[in-house]
Design a protein around this ligand. Sequence first.
Ligand code: PMV
Length: 313
Amino acid sequence: KNIGYGKANGKIILMGEHAVVYGEPAIAFPFSATTITATIRPSDSFRLHCSYYKGSLEKAPFTLKSIKTLVQQLEKEYPIGPILIEIDSTIPAERGMGSSAAVAVAITRAFFDLLDKPLSQEELLAYVEHAEQIAHGNPSGIDAAATSGNNPIYFRRGQPFTPFDLNVEAFLVVADTGIKGQTRTAVKDVAYAVEMEHELVEPVMPRIHRLGQLTREAKEAISQNQVQKLADTMNEAQTHLKELTVSNDLLDTLIHAAIDAGALGAKLTGGGRGGCMIALTNTKEEAQVVCKALEKNGAVATWIQGLGVHTYA
Ligand code: PMV
């Protein structure tokens, strides 16, 4: 073979971000409105071409360090010689949609496709996990799990995850603040607060446990097709995420604008401090009204994702 292809989806965390780092459950789904493709072919030197960098892999900027490490690891185990890696992505980078995990998934798949070798899910996740440790510091693994699959997942750190029936008849609006999320520092700041908990007026761990409990309640609401109950868990989760200091002004503005425009529930998604927010509505028409309000209030992009029977609506 002289060319290898690999693909991955963006992902949306419905419930459980940040708490998932501490062993609490989370619900996420691959967001196929945004995808990433990697193409790998033999070349005379190691090169990387993506939207904002075209050049030698060796000299790639710091933000691409996890890719560099991943390729070094793959090349060490399977020395196939110099390659050109081309990345084509519609996943906004650093917006809580898992772009760093998705790029690692796509590259690993393309590399094994070029080798013409089968790649198990376990092997794939191990490579991505390693790359994510460099990008994020302390990843729970949820991004790798969600971007590499085709089904929603109920995820707990370190445990085998099962596909999850996201069977609630509703619509989810996703809006991008246009501000780069700061997953790494947000995760680090929460860790610091957990460590210093004894000195804080408001302890942090009970909030994290409550976020986990809200994910369990959301799971139950979904299985019973109770849209308002799911929305309530989202609204409460946002209050805790805000207290954990991982929201920001524009996220708060968009969340309020969504509720004012008729959304039943709204919260940030992913690492926060920028990135994306999500809002829940009963109908597609309501979702469209919410999208307009979000764009008016500063969102740079919006998407509508049908859930349950509306998945392909
Ligand atoms: O910002 P993203 O898309 O990388 O999502 C991060 C999710 C966190 O729970 C904040 C961190 C993690 O690794 O689970």
